[in-house]
Design a protein around this ligand. Structure first.
Ligand code: SAM
Length: 410
């Protein structure tokens, strides 16, 4: 997925200064330490990066039950929080901003008069801040003033997130965003929100769903019930999850379950907008070992580059899986006018990188006709996430050719 340059450049030294001042102010970093101290980062941060990465990358069958209450169980909760905040939060912020930028590049424009957002499992408010960055650098004309609710089971990270969200959105300069925090553990036996909760028009969950002990088939009706009661018409849902096979497949299964449940209820007010360009059967689910993810690259904050090198990791490109769902009666083409240039059968998204095969580029595409290995002759560099419009595919799923000269939305 290609993001605007201004967004990919927005996390340099100035961002680092902001985050460094913030953690000093919040006394997360001892006064005599700084983000440029290799010794401090190696001792206090890197071990927690490894611990959290291991936890988040777990491959067990039952994801949630193998997940300890990591905020509480750590031997050094303060440094664990600091580590998540310094290393994982900016990555999720950037991922979320990239999804907003994808909406923007396809011509999505905010319809409601207000912005009333809610972030579930908000941690340090990575999702909210990602929407703020998205709106600043790839606007969809959302209102400058907004109200948010953050829901999180851990008080300390919730408080930190609320303060950071205020600091970050004020620093962006154009936004007047207020928020309320709700310290609670969501118990799905009682649904996502109490009946008396208000209605929202932006509902985000970032790296949260995979922490719930529930199957996609059980989750879909609960989400649809919640969106019936608490999502406004023309409201948006953004679900973002890790790019790992198991977690990504759960999101694809959730998409399938939402579409089936909606059909069972004989309703059609939910449209899956992205990344799929239609309601076709998921191409990746056809094979048990396949999954679907996006990838974005950014100019990392300098201290993250340093942490990467100390931890022998690489967060230069950030993979993730996602779904954007709209509650709407409008057509996909009305909502994403950039797609209008071609009929649905001639829209394909690249779901893999492209490599050269002789004079062709070869890649996997996904469209109404499922997932296919395809070749295209073009001089234009193309990458995962690009969309081909006016692309007629000839051939079978293992060897297709894109005919004609499709327009490429990069
Ligand atoms: C991996 S973190 C993601 C945090 C943030 N959304 C982000 O993208 O960086 C998942 C968060 O969900 C919270 N969480 C998990 N289950 C929850 C529940 N049942 N109720 C409330 N919060 C929950 C965890 O405490 C944690 O802060």
């Amino acid at each position: 997925m290609k993001v605007p340059e201004s967004l990919s450049l927005a996390f340099g030294s100035e961002f680092e200064r902001l985050i460094s001042d913030f953690i000093h102010q919040e006394k997360l970093l001892p006064e005599d330490q700084s983000l440029s101290s290799n010794r401090f980062l190696s001792r206090a941060v890197v071990p927690h990066i490894h611990k959290l990465s291991q936890l988040f990358n777990r491959e067990e069958k039952n994801q949630a039950s193998s997940l300890p209450a990591y905020w509480k169980d750590s031997s050094n909760p303060q440094n664990l929080r600091l580590t998540y905040f310094l290393y994982f939060m900016p990555c999720n912020l950037f991922r979320m901003a990239s999804i907003w930028a994808e909406l923007s590049r396809l011509g999505f424009r905010w319809q409601p008069k207000t912005l009333h957002g809610i972030e579930f499992g908000s941690g340090p408010a990575s999702g909210l801040c990602g929407i703020a960055a998205g709106e600043k650098f790839a606007s969809v004309n959302a209102p400058a003033s907004a109200q948010w609710a953050l829901i999180e089971q851990d008080q300390a990270i919730l408080d930190l997130g609320a303060k950071w969200a205020q600091t970050y959105t004020q620093n962006l300069g154009t936004l007047d965003w207020g928020l309320r925090t709700f310290h609670r553990k969501i118990d799905l036996k009682r649904g996502f929100l109490p009946k008396t909760a208000p209605v929202f028009n932006l509902w985000i969950m970032s790296y949260y769903l995979n922490e719930l002990e529930i199957s996609p088939q059980e989750l879909a009706p609960l989400l649809i019930d919640a969106w019936n009661d608490h999502l406004e018409q023309e409201g948006l849902v953004i679900l973002m999850e890790p790019a790992l096979r198991l977690q990504s497949r759960k999101l694809l299964e959730l998409r399938k379950a939402i579409l089936e449940e909606q059909k069972r209820r004989q309703k059609n007010d939910l449209t899956i907008l992205l990344p799929c360009l239609g309601h076709q059967n998921c191409g990746a689910l056809e094979s048990p070992d396949d999954w679907c993810h996006e990838e974005v690259t950014w100019w990392r904050p300098p201290y993250i580059k340093k942490l990467d090198s100390l931890a022998q990791l690489d967060r230069k490109s950030l993979p993730f899986s996602y779904l954007v769902i709209a509650k709407t009666k409008r057509s996909r083409e009305e909502i994403l006018p950039a797609l209008n240039r071609a009929p649905e059968s001639q829209r394909h998204r690249l779901v893999s990188p492209a490599h050269s095969e002789g004079r062709d580029l070869e890649f996997f595409t996904c469209g109404q006709d499922g997932k296919k290995r395809a070749r295209l002759r073009t001089d234009q560099p193309i990458q995962r996430g690009d969309i081909l419009l006016g692309s007629a595919l000839r051939g079978d799923r293992n060897a297709s050719r894109v005919e004609g000269s499709p327009t490429i939305i990069e």
